[in-house]
Design a protein around this ligand. Structure first.
Ligand SMILES: [Zn+2]
Length: 512
């Protein structure tokens, strides 16, 4: 009996764990068995490997072939084990030298004609291999760029089984035409910019405060006022991601099967449609759950346009990730936890037709229908929203000098202020575990950093019932961000006024 072993990676959520793939060939009736908790998709691996071998004129060993994946306790699924299984079998059969497999991790799916095909989750798998001390990885040629995003990885791309065999025999495998991506791509000329948003200076300011404090934001207003346009520009004013964060974002994309071998320090943006299923929003799938839209928004912005049109249970399901910053998905065999720490931006029309309360009123929706429409957005989700901003039609905004203003500031300039405000927060919140005002419970702010002058302002609306106790907390939270943006050590009375306006979605002063 002869034995050979090599390695692959199993993915638990974003985390890659090293798997040893061992093959032994013994005499007896020709048979191939797989042991070590493989799921159904891995049994198909056996058949794919056999077919691939014969298509490339490599003989599958006669006799009993046993393939063992260990540790057996780790659940294993997916088609990316093919390359490692094939290599171990070929080494056990003496087709390739066994020592060639020693320090290498192989990843990829074999097609029946012997090509090595791209697999989902390659980047986190390569990251896992490098972390476990295995820098040499063999990957499908189409994914070399993606694999090379992993710092320290020594990547070889192979197009087919024959090339893989050549590599394992120590022959040169041409890697031409695959440039190394070490730097994030330069921002595109003509990329979305806050300056594209015309006549909405007040809403741009609300977006700036939301970005600066990590506050969840609601944008209301009739169709065509630029709610989506503004929301899609929020990532352009958020602080850039660190390299580790950018890699994490690229790893999630890889797992979701939308990785393109690119990475960016720009926070991501994800905007699922209101008809999106629970699985596409939260993540799901039959075998290994895929990350959904909320994980693709990790460290960036999750934008729900026409939020009132989303199913109630879909909106309610956001509660867990909003609370914990991750989502736990469970399927019959596999479980996965994916990161989902995002800034939530909701947009909604005021009524089904969209024109309720708009000057020149074209709305014919019955009052109870308007009410029902707006009520869909109450409860746990709206409780998370610190800033509510109503956007007026541009025509009116342009006529009303109070709302026109400049409003044409470039993202880069706003981003600088946002960055400075974030730095103030990081300094103040050092040691608390919180990083932005948006994360700090309002009660903590009230007791730890009281702002006696400004608090008096809230008494009136509180007594009149136009502001709830929870609303007070939110106002204080936003006031701190306004103070951070203005360079104040603590919120002034004016900061509190501004926060109150942002909280209630009305222009300043009219709020009370
Ligand atoms: Zn209407």
């Amino acid at each position: 009996m002869s034995t050979a072993r090599t390695r692959c990676v199993a993915l638990m959520g974003l985390e890659g764990r090293l798997i040893e793939v061992e093959a032994s060939v013994a005499g007896g009736l020709p048979r191939t068995v797989l042991v070590g908790l493989p799921d159904a998709s891995l049994y198909e691996a056996r058949d794919r490997c056999r077919a691939a071998a014969s298509s490339q004129e490599l003989a599958w060993p006669q006799g009993l072939v046993t393939i063992n994946l260990s540790p057996a306790s780790l659940p294993k699924a997916g088609s990316h084990y093919d390359a490692a299984i094939m290599a171990a079998v070929l080494a056990a059969a003496g087709v390739v030298p066994e020592q060639a497999l020693e320090r290498v991790v192989l990843l990829g799916e074999l097609s029946l004609d012997g090509r090595l095909r791209a697999v989902r989750g390659l980047l986190p798998a390569v990251l896992g291999a490098v972390q476990a001390g295995y820098r040499r990885v063999v990957v499908p040629r189409d994914q070399v760029r993606e694999a090379r995003l992993a710092p320290g990885a020594d990547v070889t791309g192979v197009g087919c089984l024959r090339e893989m065999v050549a590599f394992l025999r120590g022959q040169e495998v041409p890697q031409g035409g695959l440039e190394i991506v070490s730097e994030a791509p330069e921002p595109m000329v003509g990329a979305p910019d806050l300056a594209d948003v015309i006549g909405q200076s007040e809403a741009c300011w609300a977006a700036e405060v939301a970005a600066a404090g990590g506050h969840h934001l609601f944008l209301g207003g009739p169709p065509g006022v630029g709610k989506s346009m503004l929301a899609s520009r929020i990532p352009t004013i958020l602080p850039e991601l660190s390299v580790d964060e950018a890699l994490e974002v690229a790893a999630v994309r890889s797992l979701a099967g939308v990785g393109d071998g690119e990475w960016s320090v720009r926070p991501p943006w994800s905007n699922p449609h209101h008809s999106a299923s629970m699985a596409s929003l939260l993540g799901g799938g039959s075998r290994v759950p895929r990350p959904g839209a909320i994980s693709l928004a990790h460290r960036g912005v999750l934008f729900l346009d026409e939020a009132s049109e989303f199913q109630q249970k879909v909106l309610d399901s956001l509660r867990e990730p909003l609370e914990t910053g991750e989502i736990f998905l469970t399927r019959s065999v596999h479980q996965a936890t994916y990161p989902a720490r995002f800034q939530l931006v909701l947009a909604s029309n005021p009524c089904p037709c969209g024109y309720h309360g708009v000057a020149g009123g074209r709305c014919a929706c019955p009052p109870q229908k308007v009410r029902r429409y707006q009520d869909r957005l109450s409860g746990p989700i709206m409780d998370r929203i610190d800033i509510q901003q109503q956007m007026l039609p541009v025509g009116r905004a342009l006529i009303n000098p109070a709302h026109a203003g400049g409003g044409r500031e470039r993202s880069a300039d706003v981003a600088q202020r946002v960055c400075a405000a974030r730095e103030r927060q990081l300094r103040r919140l050092a040691g608390t575990g919180w990083r932005t005002n948006g994360e700090v419970p309002g009660a903590f702010l009230r007791t730890e950093w009281p702002t006696p002058g400004g608090m008096g302002l809230l008494d009136g609306p509180l007594r009149r019932g136009t502001l709830s106790a929870r609303g007070v907390d939110k106002t204080v939270r936003v006031a701190w961000t306004v103070a951070d943006l203005s360079g104040h050590d603590k919120p002034t009375e004016q900061d509190m006024w501004v926060a109150l306006g942002l909280r209630q979605g009305l222009p300043q002063r009219e709020a009370v």
